[in-house]
Design a protein around this ligand. Structure first.
Ligand SMILES: *Cc1c(COP(=O)(O)O)cnc(C)c1O
Length: 582
């Protein structure tokens, strides 16, 4: 293959001699890989949850994307995140006993994005123009495509034309955007199958520039990582051949690629996972358990293996700065926020006095955030420094079981009375999820019907990053009880562990990377038993917050089990080890 036909993108590892080797200023041994500012790690995602940069996501998938870029920035990995900028967002409020969605428009100019140029994609016979906007940081960039009618994140059904339009725009438009900026991806990480089209364009580019089709497939596969967050392939939406004829095929240049893609349809239907698996040789799941149980098959019917790379969080974003400082001073975390070799021993320095002191600082932050967000009865909450707070903060979806703690409301009441504690619920109900909206309404009816519960159980609407942060730093006990086997990883519990809250959880998702003795685990056959166990664990947590020795020993145990898991730097290092082995 000569230079003229190797296409715009090429295989960087085939050119090791002339590849610029990017050296991170801080430590070459840890993060020095074959990446450079114009040949970066590229990360493709339909969802980014990064309110500071004007982009509000739906949940964990977007938080993960934002944190991955932040960690890359911090450890100086050249990294470009490609995502849509949605010109409209949904916010929620609680009014007259129900959830109300408000749609708010967002202007990228207010968030430091600059317009770089325009690109276009073909859809339904038209050229659809997309603006390319960019925000640069020291080592990383966010490149976004947008247009006034782009719509909201997850608007419409997942197999709808509008979704396909958004996905095609990100793939085809985002690829052209990188070209406009003179960037050549060294690797492409696909954050879920909705970003499949980015890898498809690469294949198309290589092939239409004269590379043999099969060679181009090998090239593309070798540097594409498909990160799966979903457990069951069967649940995935399908697109029809007609939809691809309207939105996808007109954007492809190579006849071989068109034919390859057309052959993947069965009964005129296609699931993006089936083709993503074919185009990405590297595949990861987001926790050990998830990578083991994700049930995916390739077109030949073979079970797909996923490499387990557990989601971590950007510790500096999510953890109280005073606690981060302590982790560094005691050499629990190193300068990259990786746990040190002696971190477990060094955790002995974490006394209950220190824990209580950190929690007082966190409590002030929580009170400040809650001063702007009334509870379901319009009441502004303000908590004492040492009042005990349990929280349940996560998307209000079925499998996370927000209703489990209300299995026996009188038992819950008894516990809250015994420890003079409060219970805070925060979580967005997915637009259109009338079942969960009803469950929330029912929970709050039970709460409001009881004089004590009304004063001690609070629902705070419009769950977002700020509320997630405020609760992580300011509450004491986090409740995470997904149905075992259904949480891919979850990251909100990681924010709690880092911020020295006690974790009550089922053994699922990333929590199952650890052992059940690392945290207050909820086990049982069926919901009744699990609820009983949950109440017992709540009492145990209540006792611990009254007993310094018990508290520091439980918190130390949690951190020794989970600090390596929750470290976002550990996650990025795992990705780099997998993508670009030394
Ligand atoms: C951390 C976070 C999440 C992730 O929640 P999980 O339920 O643990 O996946 C979702 N939404 C927001 C706003 C967050 O801050």
């Amino acid at each position: 293959m000569n230079d003229e036909n190797d296409g715009y993108f090429y295989h960087p590892l085939d050119n090791i001699e002339d590849a610029e080797v990017f050296e991170t200023a801080i430590d070459r041994r840890v993060f020095n890989r074959k990446l450079s500012p114009d040949r970066p790690y590229t990360y493709w995602t339909l969802e980014l949850y990064d309110q500071e940069n004007g982009i509000r996501g739906g949940g964990g998938l977007g938080v993960l994307a934002a944190d991955t870029r932040r960690v890359a920035e911090q450890v100086k990995v050249p990294f470009v995140l490609i995502t849509p900028f949605y010109p409209s967002q949904t916010h929620q409020r609680w009014q007259d006993g129900e959830i109300i969605d408000d749609h708010i428009s967002v202007d990228y100019h207010n968030y430091g994005f600059e317009k770089v140029g325009d690109v276009s994609v073909k859809c339904c016979g038209n050229d659809c123009k997309l603006e390319v906007i960019e925000k640069s940081f020291e080592n990383t960039r966010i490149v976004a495509i947008t247009e006034p009618n782009f719509g909201e994140l997850y608007s419409g059904l997942s197999g709808s034309d509008h979704r396909l339009y958004q996905e095609v725009s990100l793939g085809f438009g985002g690829y052209q955007a990188l070209k406009l900026l003179g960037l050549k991806p060294a690797i492409m990480q696909l954050n879920e199958v909705a970003t499949f089209f980015a890898a498809l364009v690469r294949l198309d580019e290589l092939t239409s520039n004269g590379m043999d089709f099969y060679e181009a497939v090998v090239y593309t596969r070798k540097h594409t990582l498909y990160t799966n967050h979903t457990l069951v392939q069967a649940a995935e939406a399908e697109f029809s051949l007609q939809q691809f004829e309207n939105f996808v095929f007109p954007n492809l240049k190579s006849r071989a690629v068109k034919k390859w893609l057309a052959d993947k349809f069965a009964d005129n239907k296609i699931k993006l996972s089936s083709v993503t698996i074919e185009i990405a040789e590297l595949r990861s799941g987001v926790s050990k358990l998830h990578a083991r149980v994700a049930n995916y098959h390739d077109i030949a019917g073979e079970r797909v293996k996923f490499k387990a790379i557990t989601n971590g969080i950007d510790l500096r974003k999510w953890i109280l700065p005073e606690i981060i400082k302590f982790y560094h001073e005691e050499e629990i975390l190193d300068e990259f926020d990786l746990p040190t070799a002696n971190f477990a021993g060094n955790l002995k320095a974490l006394s209950s006095d220190l824990i209580l002191g950190f929690k007082e600082i966190g409590r002030r932050i929580l009170n400040e955030e809650l001063s702007k967000r009334p509870d379901q009865n319009g009441k502004i909450l303000k908590f004492e420094e040492r009042e005990l707070i349990f929280d349940f903060k996560r998307r209000f979806v079925d499998y996370k079981r927000p209703q489990l703690p209300f299995k026996d409301p009188m038992r819950l009441k008894e516990i809250l009375m015994k420890y003079n504690a409060h219970y805070i619920i925060a979580g967005r109900v997915h637009t259109g999820d009338s079942r969960m909206a009803k469950i929330l309404t029912e929970i709050l009816e039970v709460v409001n019907a009881d004089d004590f519960l009304r004063e001690h159980v609070h629902y705070i609407a419009d769950y977002d990053e700020k509320l997630a942060y405020a609760l992580s730093v300011g509450s004491n006990v986090a409740i995470n009880v997904p149905i075992v086997g259904l949480e891919a990883c979850g990251t909100s519990w990681e924010k709690d562990v880092g911020n020295l809250n006690l974790l009550i959880s089922t053994h699922d998702g990333g929590v199952a990377d650890g052992s059940t003795s690392d945290y207050l685990s909820v086990r049982g056959m069926g919901e009744d038993e699990e609820a009983l166990e949950l109440y017992r664990r709540m009492e145990e947590a209540g006792e611990a917050w009254r007993n310094g020795e018990k508290l520091s020993s439980l918190i130390q145990k949690q951190l020794s089990g989970f600090l390596p898991v929750i470290s976002g730097a550990r996650m990025l290092k795992d990705y780099l080890d997998y993508l670009l082995p030394e």
